[in-house]
Design a protein around this ligand. Structure first.
Ligand code: GRF
Length: 207
């Protein structure tokens, strides 16, 4: 059975969508760990409510380097025999110390249609503000593999929403979040069914 770790720094609504999908049997995998860099993240509470092991290592004021931090996280994931890491609102950029040992085994969800509106500084409300400012007619969400470039890894699944002239960053965020909750479990299902192949830096979904 594939063992998943979900990393979250905040509310964890995407974590909840993954837990719900697991409970309805959408994918054959077990969320065996919820990890956070924020000790009072609501995501940890959600894990406890579903009797999922949760661990927090506070990143704020952490004494070592970013690599040292990721090394600790790596050891945790290896000790728990994690096969897939799902970043779900995890507000840290991973270092190679964690990325390299998990090739094509770390996914992230981003609240825009990558490669548009991604990269450093493009998170949360910044993304939706930029989409509205650019007068885009469409936005959405992307699940992609994590590589060493921020938001630059191969795209697994995308979902679209329409952007209307009266949308605000808040209203857009709400619409996009609903799509996130559909596509993240779908991406995990594809992974668990062995349907994702990466070649030449692109994802191919097998029939
Ligand atoms: C989502 O919008 C996700 O795309 C982004 O962070 C947000 C997390 O929301 N990476 P939640 O904590 O899952 O509710």
């Amino acid at each position: 059975m594939i063992k998943i770790a979900v990393f979250a720094s905040g509310g964890g609504s995407n974590l909840q969508a993954l837990i719900d999908a697991q409970e309805t049997g959408l994918f054959r995998a077990k969320i065996g760990l919820v990890f956070s860099n924020v000790a009072d993240a609501k995501a940890l509470e959600r894990a406890e409510n579903h009797r999922i092991e949760s661990v927090a290592i506070t990143s704020k004021g952490y004494s070592g380097s970013r690599e040292d931090y990721d090394q600790e996280v790596l050891q945790l994931c290896q000790a728990k025999k994690i096969d897939l890491i799902c970043l779900a609102g995890y507000m840290r950029i991973l270092t190679p110390a964690l990325i390299r040992p998990f090739p094509w085994k770390i996914m992230n969800i981003h609240p825009a249609l990558l490669p548009k509106f991604g990269g450093e500084g493009m998170y949360g409300h910044h993304v939706h503000e930029a989409v509205i400012k650019a007068k885009e007619k469409e936005s959405g969400a992307t699940v992609h593999f994590v590589t060493e470039g921020v938001d630059a890894g191969p795209i697994i699944v995308q979902g679209n929403v329409k952007v209307f002239p009266n949308d605000t960053p808040q209203s857009l965020a709400e619409k996009v979040l609903k799509v996130e909750h559909l596509i993240y479990p779908e991406a995990v299902r594809l992974f668990c069914d062995g349907k994702i192949k990466v070649s030449d830096g692109r994802v191919k979904i097998l029939p």
